[in-house]
Design a protein around this ligand. Structure first.
Ligand code: ADP
Ligand code: MG
Length: 253
């Protein structure tokens, strides 16, 4: 049985009178691609926020590598091996592609601010290593040739690739992607599928929120379905596509 990297137990999030997420259990196993689907407003992004420490759950617990992390913040989650991209792209538009990655990469190093200010030899060596890592990831993502371009000059698809590359800078064990293919052409979606598979083949688990059923069904090892904040199904793509509740709530049957 594969190791469980992230375990959410009975997690709930309440906004005012609304339960955005209600008593959801999720396991993310080593090396798997876990799909999360559900209609708009089902609680998918909120669940990702909880899993990445951006949103404190109103109830329930999160474990990463068997340690409880409910009291940790997002920055500590990054150090524990959780990386993510956002539904709304969060890049610094006036900076170049590589600069955006270097900002992400500095999160990962243990070098403190004093090192940065002091510009020690040790720091410069680290900086070179981070730059090399960034270039390697940009190449993996097929945008190495855009390294020196400003984000503002990039297409939507290229920006999403940069976001994924930046998330990988922190060397996550689990990468959470919130609708990485939104607005993509069919051809761009196919390339995204290949990319996600190549990330998983590097041993990184992927949690994927995605509306495109073709993408989800072909990629995911397992899918969970949310509706009104609740998990209504959890199974293989085949099981999900045959589930009566899912068909009624989501697939429009
Ligand atoms: P999804 O990603 O599945 O579309 P969300 O997680 O974004 O759904 O939202 C779930 C529900 O929680 C929605 O009804 C949304 O309006 C509400 N919601 C999300 N974030 C907030 C917030 N910060 N404050 C209040 N309500 C929110
Ligand atoms: Mg969302």
């Amino acid at each position: 049985m594969s190791k469980i990297l992230v375990k959410a137990e009975q997690v709930s999030v309440k906004f005012g009178g609304l339960w955005a997420v209600k008593k959801v259990d999720v396991d993310v196993k080593a090396g798997e691609i876990l799909g999360i689907i559900g209609p708009n407003g089902a609680g998918k992004s909120t669940l990702l926020n909880v899993l990445t420490g951006l949103q404190r759950p109103s109830a329930g617990q999160i474990q990463i590598d068997n340690g409880y992390v409910s009291k940790k913040d997002a920055w500590q989650m990054v150090k524990m091996g959780i990386g993510r991209s956002f539904q709304t792209i969060r890049l610094l538009n006036e900076l170049t592609v590589i600069e955006n990655l270097l900002i992400g990469g500095h999160l990962y190093t243990k070098r403190g601010l004093l090192d940065v200010l002091g510009r020690t030899v040790r720091w410069r060596k680290t900086e070179q290593q981070i730059t090399n890592k960034a270039m390697e990831l940009l190449q993996l993502l097929g945008i190495g040739h855009k390294a020196q371009e400003e984000i503002s000059a990039l297409s939507l698809e290229e920006r999403r690739r940069v976001e994924i590359a930046r998330a990988l800078m922190t060397r996550p064990k689990v990468l959470l992607l919130d609708e990485p293919g939104a607005g993509f052409s069919p051809q761009e979606s196919d390339q995204l599928c290949e990319l996600i598979l190549s990330i998983r083949n590097r041993g990184i688990s992927v949690v994927l929120v995605e509306h495109n059923m073709k993408v989800i069904m072909s990629l995911a090892d397992r899918i969970i379905v949310l509706d009104h904040g609740q998990k209504i199904a959890d199974g293989t793509p085949k099981e999900i596509s045959e589930d009566e509740l899912v068909i009624r709530a989501y697939l429009g049957g």
